[in-house]
Write a protein that binds this ligand. Sequence first.
Ligand code: SIN
Length: 280
Amino acid sequence: MRANAIRVEPVVGAVGAEIHGLDLAVPIGEAEVAMIRETLFDRGVVFFRDQTLTPEQHIAFATRFAPINVNRFFRHAEGYPEIAEVRKEPGQTKNIGGGWHTDHSYDQVPAMGSILLARELPPTGGDTLFASMYAAYDALSDGLKATLAGLRAVHSSRHVFGASVQREQQQDGRLRNADLAVQDAAHPVVIRHPGNGRQALYVNPGFTLRFEGWTDEESRPLLDYLYRHAARPEFQCRFRWQEGSIAFWDNRATWHYAANDYQGERRLMHRITLEGEALS
Ligand code: SIN
């Protein structure tokens, strides 16, 4: 399918767009890359349906946008270190990503985004939810925006991927390299998106520990308020997967949450994460 068939359809008011009319298995043109990038930055996440991609084609598509971040904690797809497996087997009860989070916020230079491709799905369930951190920021009062403007927050990988966390996912081989979970990083609580300059809230329940210079106890009430606020349904969309669906999200503009409502079934996704840039 070529450029004249391309159609961009917003999913809900705040976040998400479905892009129709592109076959990502064949190399796309510069204009199509630019359109996807602009839509991604604007809507926070873009979705594609009915894509039949080999791992090589998945990698080739990803590298049109940024260098690939080889994931140090997730198991890779056999023979493809660039592709992290997001897997849940019928006998496993916990899933990967089953809480609101922003990938890699614990890195000094956080990942730009991820391209998640559905390989095997449960008959029902296993949706992924996305929330707009532009919308969350925009809806704050001027007073709270002014308070947050000077703040930075500390993020960490230790409590999620670290050796002291004995989790099912580490014991059953889905996660690895617990000894490498030593990253802590501080970023502004409100960032300017490097691609379009929009302001976005940049704290998340998965990886943010505290405000820089504040204790955990001092930080907790305000972080909890921001998390309740940012998780409002008006800022969210929910993606129902089919095999061959792709979600390409921007970590600077969104949170995401993998619903764990398919016990006893397999779900296998292939994820490629893209390098980002320092946040300010
Ligand atoms: C993730 O958090 O990267 C996984 C999302 C999903 O499996 O839907």
